[in-house]
Design a binder for this molecule. Structure first.
Ligand SMILES: Nc1nc2c(ncn2[C@@H]2O[C@H](COP(=O)(O)OP(=O)(O)OP(=O)(O)O)[C@@H](O)[C@H]2O)c(=O)[nH]1
Length: 398
């Protein structure tokens, strides 16, 4: 049979019937002719040939019919398999033509909370949250222009019940469906995945934050200080700005613990942390350096300004007693101030210089500020430590 046009089953069946009738008619006519007239040999021969031709054509058509039925069966099976795959797909699959969903699989309808029939009255724009609609339209226009071989992106979509979800869409170049460009896309609901990712990031941030925080006071710890001291030093080296440091150490803190108990000591440490934080500028870094020692890193702060700020802190601490249960415990601290580049060339020297200044303040009688940039004040001390500094008990001012 001709292979240019595949006839439909109906056409084939009609033609087989017609040919069978032709054969039948010929045979009848032949029989009738033989009865009535003695047929000429030629007529007989041509009739036999014609009959043979018709039979051959009938056989051809019958086998074409069988072949056609097999093809149709195979096509139906392939379509069924294809639909089964689409129906069972765990992701949404859509085919969009002229801005409308021409086909959506059940999963896509389920993701958006519509029926498959309802979905076919909608298009991608209608189910996209307003905030992302323009973006999606742009992607569709560019996809139809063949700009992307493959593209994956995420937008906010709106379900039938109004709930907003995040969907990840993967699409390819458009295909031709009946002369119209069609976009096939795979949609996945990634709302939970994105939420989990956000939670993990927040948790990581929290853990990072915890790793850098002192649990008792909530201040940064030494680990954090090491990180940012290096960074700040490098920055100041580059920009030529000054970097100051203040180390503060509670005076006679052992006596607070001994007299009021360890928990009162903890309260005093928290109180000290609150005073330091309360006086800090946004750019300052306030750390608990160790036991009852605190450290302030003051970027872009000249030595004299740092010294004055330490003095303000000293005075504030002296003024504000620790409130512990029914007690008001008066505490003081000694301070050591150092500055880059005035007192030190490296970050280690800067700490050492602040430490030396603190030691001098302790040695000078405590409750004072030590440092090379000291301004004249009764409570400041910058000289060498005397041989004996004496000790006094922290006073209850209740
Ligand atoms: N309550 C409490 N005490 C702490 C903590 N860390 C360190 N200490 C105490 O801090 C005290 C430090 O004592 P010292 O080093 O002798 O210093 P000080 O008594 O303050 O004396 P000076 O520094 O010379 O004025 C010790 O008794 C430590 O047990 C803490 O986290 N909580």
């Amino acid at each position: 049979m001709s292979d240019s046009v595949v006839p439909t089953i109906e056409t084939l069946q009609a033609e087989v019937l017609r040919l069978n009738k032709v054969v039948e008619a010929l045979m009848n006519r032949d029989e009738r002719g033989t009865d009535r007239h003695a047929s000429a040999f030629d007529q007989f021969q041509s009739t036999v040939m014609l009959e043979e031709l018709v039979r051959a054509r009938t056989r051809e058509l019958e086998s074409a019919l069988i072949e056609n039925q097999a093809i149709n069966r195979a096509l139906r099976e392939a379509e069924q398999k294809f639909h089964r795959v689409l129906d069972q797909s765990l992701v949404g699959i859509t085919m969009t033509v002229d801005g409308r969903f021409q086909y959506v699989n059940p999963k896509f309808a389920e993701i958006l909370g519509y029926t498959q029939e309802e979905m076919q009255r909608l298009g991608p724009a209608e189910i996209t949250a307003e905030t992302d609609r323009q973006f999606l339209n742009d992607v569709i226009v560019r996809s139809l222009a063949g700009e992307f071989k493959q593209i994956t992106f995420t937008v906010r979509a709106r379900r039938k019940n109004g709930e907003e979800i995040s969907v990840e869409i993967s699409g390819n170049e458009p295909i031709d469906i009946g002369g119209r460009p069609a976009l096939i896309a795979v949609w996945a609901d990634v709302t939970e995945r994105l939420r989990a990712e956000r939670e993990i990031l927040a948790l990581q941030e929290k853990l990072r934050e915890q790793a850098f925080r002192d649990p008792l006071t909530g201040l940064y710890n030494r680990l954090f200080l090491d990180e940012c001291l290096e960074r700040e030093f490098a920055r100041c080296g580059r920009t030529g700005c000054s970097l100051s440091m203040v180390i503060a150490d509670l005076d006679f803190f052992k006596s607070v613990n001994d007299r009021y108990g360890h928990q009162a000591g903890d309260a005093a440490l928290r109180h000290m942390a609150a005073v330091l934080s309360g006086h800090a500028r946004a750019s300052d870094i306030v750390c608990r350096f160790g036991g009852e020692e605190f450290l302030l890193l003051l970027p872009d702060t000249a030595a004299s300004v740092a010294w004055q700020r330490a003095e303000d802190l000293r005075a504030a601490l002296e003024r504000q007693p620790v409130v512990w249960q029914a007690e008001r415990i008066g505490i003081t601290a000694s301070f050591g101030v150092s500055s880059y580049p005035a007192d030190a060339a490296t970050q280690f020297d800067l700490i050492a210089a602040a430490d030396t200044a603190l030691y001098a303040a302790k040695a000078g009688g405590r409750n004072r500020v030590g440092g090379s940039a000291r301004v004249d004040s009764a409570s400041s001390y910058a000289g060498a430590p005397p041989a004996s500094t004496g000790r006094r008990q922290p006073g209850s001012i209740n």
